[in-house]
Every structure is written in structure tokens, then in C-alpha cells.
Design a protein around this ligand. Structure first.
Ligand code: PHE
Length: 433
């Protein structure tokens, strides 16, 4: 959004200023503390460290476990739909890149690995970018039906629907890859199909397997087909549970769900699910038949199964009518006191305060072009949640300051803007125009 094209990964990542930490004094890494404290641990930094204090401060909040918080209610609602699954929600967000990517068959050159897209503590440790990062460890524990809810971290632009921390629920079910397992799968399919038959839902489907969405070479196509069917039936019933009340309330107005072929490195066949809501198709989740390599690594090669991952904020914004993703992080009692654990209610906006635009016009160094995500992280680190979005007006980044909780004074915004400008100069080497 800020820069039209993604520029090459910057070699000069943001440097966290963590108080009390010793600082390096020379070279490109000056200003970077040698170690940073995260969730009680102490970790060395290196040339790719790009976590910021603003991000690290979010790690302990775990909104999906805060009673009455909309994300917590939504988690509980999904867990209640899968009563016989294990429910996990307290795994650490610190993972190795190996676990986040390699174990899941991500190619070495996958763009998600770039320092411009993910948060690194150092080259060996990062903040998970998705809950799939835990698939191998959970399968290794022997869980065959499980849900895992967690905060995930991705470097991104700033606007009303993007935030660098959000929450996902991963769900998975595996069966024995033999006659007994497939019988269990068939029985589950019959049971789910019967439940759906009487419901007010219209499903646009795609083939379970196709040349563009292939069965894995080590899978018996009949097994893969049954498992993909189980995945679809299971998620169609979940969509009905989540959206049936708001979108499919009458015979003339059924809930519309559509399945689309997709690609993920760690599933095949892979799909995305969209739900028709207020005149638009909304992408809700990604899923597929788990790549056998994942199960082999987990030591359960005799299984075959499915997995899905969905973003909670997206769904909560729809169900609660929450207009801005920053609100989930609000500590304002006017936000928090509106909600009760287990109940979905419509959010009542308490006010809209005036906004204040500030343009930042600069030349970035030729050899180190400033990436939009580096710019946005710096802005978030200085200004926190009073930045509503960052847009481009005639190619010049424009920061839109607006608090959700109070009016901002001119002095305050000018002071923050001055800090943004000074850090851009000092840390990013840009020249202000
Ligand atoms: N991890 C994927 C994402 O974040 C979603 C996914 C989960 C896809 C499980 C397939 C299977 O986009």
C-alpha cells in the first residue's frame, strides 16, 4: 500500500531500543542491544533482528485468553463446536524459522521468510507467522483431533483491517491410513452430511481432487478423497455455527459458502473457504490434506488427515460489527465493558475523534531502499495505536493519526511526528525533503 512494489528486503532492519540492554557501538548495527529480554528469556540479537518494543509488548497479552474479550468468546465458540478435540492455547510465540517454515515444506526462497515480512529475534528465532508452525509438535504428541489458538505476527501495512499481531485457530484431524481409519472417516462423513442436510446452507464446491489440486503421490486417492470430504463437511458445519445466525436466517436467504482451490506448501489438495456476507465474498480460512512429510517428521507416518487455519479478528469484526482492528487492543472500559464471555453482541461505537494527517517526504538511500514495512514498523513503534493508517498521497507517505479513545492535541501529534522523522533519519538513513 505504501510503496507500490515490494522492494528488496532491506538490509537495515529496525533496531529495537530496549532499555537497560548494552549497546553495540560501531558499524551498521550500532544502536542495537546485544541481547533482548522476551517472555522471561534473554536472546542475542544479530544483523537480522527486527522485532520492535511495540511488538514485543504484545506478546504477553494473549487476547484470546482474556475473559469476555471478543477473541476469547470466538475461540470458545469454535472449541465448543469441536468438543472432542484437544484445545491448546498457550504455546510460546517464539519459534525457530525451521519450525515455522522448513518443517512445513516451505521452499527456501519463499517470500514469507523475508525480514521485511516476518519478525526475527535473530537468525535462529522468530515470532511465529501462523499457527501451522506447531503442527509437527502437536502431531508428535500423538494428538489426532486438536485445535490450537494463538497470537501470530506478520509485518504489514497499517490500516483498519491489518495489524502486525493477530490471532489464528489451527484445527486438525488425522485418521489411521488403513481400513479401520477410513471406516471411521466414512462414518464421520455420513454423520456430518446428515446434520447439514436439514440446514439452510448453499455450498459451492470444487472437486476434492483435481489436476490443479492433486492428491499426494504417497496417498491412496480414495483415502485422500474421503479425508478432503471430511474436512469440507466439518468446516461447512463450523461456518454454519459461526455465520448461520447472521447470514442464513431465512429460507430466502441461506448461508452461502464457497470452496476454492488454493495452494499451501504443507497441504495438498488445498482449499480456501469464503462466506457471502453483506453482498461480498469474504475469505475466511485456508485448509487442506496435510502433507505426508509433516506427519512423517512428527513420527506418525501411518496417519492421514486434514488441517485448517482461520483468522479470528476477521470473523470477530463481522460478527461483532467491530470497524477497526486496533479496537481489539483497546484497554478502554468503553470497549471492554461491552462484552460478556460466551455472548456475541453488536459493538456500540462510543465516538469518532478527529484525525490529523502528516506527510513525510524523504529520499531513501539508493543502496538501501526503505521498505514500506520498515516504515510502518517504525511509525507503530513511535506512535502505537494512534496511527489509523498510512497511505500514499502523490507518492508521499501520509500518516493518519486518530486515537480511538480520545482527542489528540496538535502539540502531541507534532511531537510524535518529530520523533518519527528523527528516527527515519537516524535509523533508516533517509534524507528528509
Ligand atoms: N497457515 C495457513 C495461513 O496462515 C492456513 C492453513 C492452515 C492452510 C492449515 C492449510 C492448513 O494462511
Amino acid at each position: 500500500m505504501l510503496c507500490t512494489a515490494r522492494i528488496l528486503p532491506s538490509r537495515l532492519p529496525l533496531r529495537p531500543c530496549v532499555s537497560g540492554a548494552r549497546r553495540r557501538i560501531s558499524g551498521a548495527s550500532s544502536g542495537l542491544p546485544e541481547h533482548i529480554e522476551i517472555l522471561g528469556g534473554r536472546y542475542p540479537t544479530d544483523a537480522i533482528t527486527n522485532v520492535t518494543p511495540a511488538i514485543l509488548n504484545k506478546l504477553s497479552l494473549r487476547l484470546h485468553t482474556q475473559p469476555a474479550h471478543p477473541l476469547s468468546t470466538l475461540r470458545a465458540l469454535i472449541e465448543a463446536h469441536y468438543p472432542d478435540f484437544a484445545h491448546l492455547s498457550s504455546l510460546s510465540p517464539l519459534v525457530t524459522p525451521y519450525k515455522n517454515f522448513d518443517e512445513l515444506s516451505f521452499p527456501k526462497d519463499h517470500p514469507g521468510r523475508a525480514v521485511t515480512d516476518s519478525y526475527y529475534v535473530n537468525k535462529d528465532l522468530m515470532l511465529r507467522t501462523h499457527t501451522s508452525a506447531h503442527e509437527v509438535e502437536v502431531f508428535r504428541k500423538g494428538e489426532t483431533k486438536w485445535l490450537l489458538t494463538a497470537d501470530v505476527y506478520r509485518r504489514d501495512e497499517i490500516d483498519g483491517s491489518h495489524y502486525p499481531v493477530f490471532h489464528q485457530v489451527e484445527g486438525a484431524r488425522v485418521f489411521s491410513a488403513d481400513a479401520a481409519g477410513m471406516k471411521e472417516c466414512q462414518e464421520s462423513n455420513a454423520d456430518l452430511a446428515q446434520k447439514l442436510a436439514t440446514e439452510n446452507i448453499v455450498i459451492e464446491d470444487v472437486p476434492h481432487i483435481s489436476p490443479t489440486n492433486p492428491v499426494q503421490p504417497t496417498h491412496d486417492p480414495r483415502h485422500s478423497e474421503l479425508v478432503a470430504k471430511n474436512l469440507k463437511l466439518s468446516l461447512n458445519t463450523l461456518m454454519l455455527k459461526l455465520f448461520g445466525g447472521v447470514a442464513g436466517s431465512s429460507a430466502q436467504n441461506p448461508l452461502k459458502v464457497r470452496w476454492i482451490e488454493a495452494y499451501f506448501p504443507f497441504t495438498s489438495p488445498s482449499f480456501e473457504v469464503e462466506v457471502f456476507f453483506q453482498g461480498k465474498w469474504l475469505e475466511i480460512l485456508g485448509c487442506g490434506v496435510v502433507r505426508q512429510a509433516t506427519l512423517d517428521t512428527a513420527g506418525v507416518s501411518n496417519k492421514i488427515g486434514w488441517a485448517f487455519g482461520l483468522g479470528l479478528e476477521r470473523i470477530a469484526m463481522i460478527l461483532y460489527g467491530i470497524p477497526d482492528i486496533r479496537l481489539f487492543w483497546s484497554m478502554d472500559p468503553r470497549f471492554l465493558s461491552q462484552f460478556e464471555q460466551g455472548k456475541i453482541t453488536t459493538f456500540r461505537p462510543y465516538s469518532k475523534y478527529p484525525s490529523c494527517f502528516k506527510d513525510v517526504s524523504f529520499w531513501s538511500p539508493k543502496d538501501k531502499p526503505l521498505h514500506e514495512n520498515d516504515f510502518c514498523d517504525l511509525v507503530r513503534d513511535v506512535a502505537g495505536d494512534i496511527v489509523e493508517d498510512v497511505q500514499k498521497a502523490s507518492n508521499i507517505p501520509r500518516i493518519n493519526y486518530r486515537s480511538m479513545d480520545r482527542s489528540l492535541s496538535n502539540e502531541e501529534v507534532n511531537g510524535i511526528q518529530a520523533q518519527v522523522v528523527s528516527r527515519l533519519k537516524d535509523q533508516m538513513g533517509v534524507e528528509i525533503r
